[in-house]
Design a binder for this molecule. Sequence first.
Ligand code: MN
Length: 299
Amino acid sequence: MAALLFNSLSLVRDTSQRLLLLAKNSVYGASSKSNCHHEVVTQSQIGDRDILIVGDIHGCYDEFEELIGVARESVNGRELYTVCAGDMLNKGPKSKKVLDFLRDLMMRGMASAVKGNHEEAILRQYRLLTKDKHYVLPKRYTYLNEFNQDDFAFIERLPYSVSIPHLNVLVVHAGLVPGVPLERQSCENLCEMRNVEVSITFPWGLVSTAHKKPVRGVAWASAWQGPQHVYFGHDCRRGLQRLPFATGLDTGCVYGDRLTGAILDACSGSARLVSVEAKREHYCGKKQAMSGEQNVEHS
Ligand SMILES: [Mn+2]
């Protein structure tokens, strides 16, 4: 790929050899994230297990446990491989329990998970705590007092994407800029974007800009044309999204709606959805989140 950098702009050729000028807030090159890495899950790791991909859990442990149970029942009690699409923690009532449960699944080779913007937010609080021993956690983060160093290290190690190549599937928390290879996507966008704006600019060609708020451009998933099918969360405003090459799974469990997962057939990768109802409204703020007006960190 040819690449040319101009301050905050870069000119690259995309996977279809079209010229792309990537603006700031868009994608190119190394991320500022300190630990921006990607995980690949191979066929030999998964074996003959179907895969359950789960949308934003946000500390809703009871619903998460129930969803896994319902999903297992639907495959006649067989073991599943679970992949969480980010924002497993924060906002909801039992983040520590979700973390412990997920880590246990991972240690037994039964799960993977990507980092979401809420895991990033937790790590920011952790960095403030380690920098200043007098730092007082904001009220909404006081539950982090239950977390130990290993817990934060676990969150830090989470990848920004999980690829399942033999099923042509990719899992990220928020989105991708169409036409740009995974290794050139910015990790900020992978866990925060909602929209993409593509415009033709003389003499550069196509300009792709990612937006965190769904104000300008279109839902990135509607512009995504593969090659992988992407499963993602983060966008409870749009809720369930079923598109030819992308499936959005954030159905607002923490706001009292549903927790949704996709069960992928081990051989064909074909997906069917499964969901459970939220036990209650765990977090007030649905109106703001649904309107897309909230600060991205809080949505
Ligand atoms: Mn999110």
